[in-house]
Write a protein that binds this ligand. Sequence first.
Ligand code: GLN
Length: 185
Amino acid sequence: MSTTGILALQGGFFKHQEMVEKLGEKTLLIKKPEQLEFCDRLIIPGGESTTLTKLFDIYDFREPLINFGKTRPVMGTCAGLILLSSKVEDSRVKQLNLIDIEAERNAYGSQVESFSADIYADFLKKEYKCIFIRAPKIKECSENVKILMSYEGNPIAVEQGRILALTFHPELTQDPSIHEYFLKL
Ligand code: GLN
């Protein structure tokens, strides 16, 4: 059986763990870089990209995460997407440059502007309830990046090779189909 690592430094890692385990998969909460070698794929959850940047530095996660993402699947949600990106206009965030997109933090406004929307996902062939919490927007996308879902003309789910990045929170729904998709990448 394969193991899905879930980065557990800060943010919403437990809900991702619950969802992956409901799908019958083994999980490992990652608190130290050495644990990455036991994982077949990794989820970087939502949280705060500035705080996660500091924690990556403190615990020496940056290089191990970059190397992991070059060979194994990684899904980043919300702050996770910001960290996977190749460009962010915020000097407090040091992104990992694993997917060729530019992210804009808090692009819909503050916490009170958080919202959900039912959006048709062609790659799942159904509607998916997308929950946006102080969500980023994807400002630019290189042509190597596949857009899987958009909302009001903005990409919200994108994929490049084995890297999957979402501006919303699939772990907060009851629908495991995006996690299921990721497990097959
Ligand atoms: N606004 C947060 C950030 O910039 C992301 C919010 C989230 O992950 N729910 O990192």
